[in-house]
Write a protein that binds this ligand. Structure first.
Ligand SMILES: Nc1nc2c(ncn2[C@@H]2O[C@H](COP(=O)(O)OP(=O)(O)O)[C@@H](O)[C@H]2O)c(=O)[nH]1
Ligand SMILES: [Mg+2]
Length: 287
């Protein structure tokens, strides 16, 4: 749909600093949890992750499966598994899913632990690096595994500044991404997906462009959601965006000097996803 390049040029020295900090711990890392958002299993993947983790064993955690379209989540899970990756789609707020992560962690370490045992050594506490772009659920997962709030969470891109191994009760130590790992923003479709799910600030792009992107995706793949949330009758053609904006604007009272305030409508649409009013969706539709 979109192949144009974005002119997003903010790719600060942050990324390099983040990588440098992680590389300092490289030798201590036994395993990596790479987290992606199930609603965008491709767009939310870090592009150059292999610079960082090279040959470390990895579990790909697809977070927010409770907000995603289960059929596509399953397709992506199978796709990544075929590439040889261990994959677990999860709702991080679900204890059973957390248990799955813990069990897979220890099963991946089994061989190493056995070797140690044979040499008469103690079992090793597994050191896990947690990586992922902003807002995929890194801090939430860490807090769940640690059993208390050690990392700030929020539906906003944020920064974890301190670099320290956090204890859990599961023979696992955790290290959060120390800083920000930026997703790949060079592709417009990817950038719009990221903004749709608040992984990058919508102001990085034009907020109305993000709103329009969401409406087009819903119309194309999830027309019933458009109907449910906004009372817009699905069509099998491209939607008349202006008409849809006017309808939503009037419904929510986003009127300024007698005219529909498009920016407010766009923000409402973005917030409707953020606040989980619109769910059961995936925007990386083609594998
Ligand atoms: N519904 C749902 N929300 C989640 C899940 N994982 C994380 N979240 C929410 O996503 C937001 C961002 O999470 P956070 O841990 O701060 O992401 P981080 O930036 O990667 O550390 C928070 O509001 C979390 O409550 C999940 O599996 N399901
Ligand atoms: Mg965080």
């Amino acid at each position: 749909m979109y192949n144009e390049k974005t002119n997003i040029s903010y790719y600060p020295g942050h990324m390099e600093k983040t990588k440098r900090l992680m590389m300092k711990e490289y030798n201590n890392i036994d395993l990596v949890y790479e987290i992606v958002d199930s609603r965008m299993p491709k767009s939310s993947k870090i592009s150059n992750i292999y610079d960082i983790i090279r040959d470390k064993p990895k579990i790909l955690i697809m977070s927010k499966k409770d907000l995603a379209d289960p059929i596509l989540v399953d397709k992506w899970r199978i796709y990544y598994e075929h590439l040889g990756t261990k994959v677990i789609p999860v709702n991080i707020n679900d204890d059973n899913d957390i248990r799955l992560i813990i069990n897979m962690t220890h099963s991946l370490m089994e061989e190493i632990q056995l070797k140690r045992e044979n040499k008469g050594m103690n079992k090793k506490v597994v050191h896990v690096l947690v990586i992922g772009i902003p807002n995929v659920g890194k801090s939430t997962l860490i807090n769940r595994l640690v059993g208390r709030k050690v990392a700030n969470t929020g539906n906003k891109p944020g920064i974890t500044k301190n670099l320290s191994w956090l204890k859990t009760n599961h023979d696992i130590l955790l290290l959060d991404t120390p800083g920000i790992l930026w997703p790949k923003l060079e592709n417009k479709e990817v950038a719009l997906n990221l903004a749709s799910f608040s992984a990058i600030k919508s102001e990085v792009l034009d907020v109305n462009e993000v709103g329009v992107h969401i409406l087009n995706k819903l119309n194309r793949y999830y027309p019933s959601k458009l109907q449910e949330r906004y009372g817009i009758t699905p069509t099998n053609m491209d939607i008349d965006i202006e008409n849809v904006y006017n309808t939503i604007g009037k419904n929510i009272g986003a009127i300024k000097s007698g005219e529909v305030d498009y920016e407010r409508v766009s923000n409402r649409i973005i917030n409707d996803i953020k606040d989980e009013y619109i769910k059961g969706i995936v925007f990386d539709n083609e594998i």
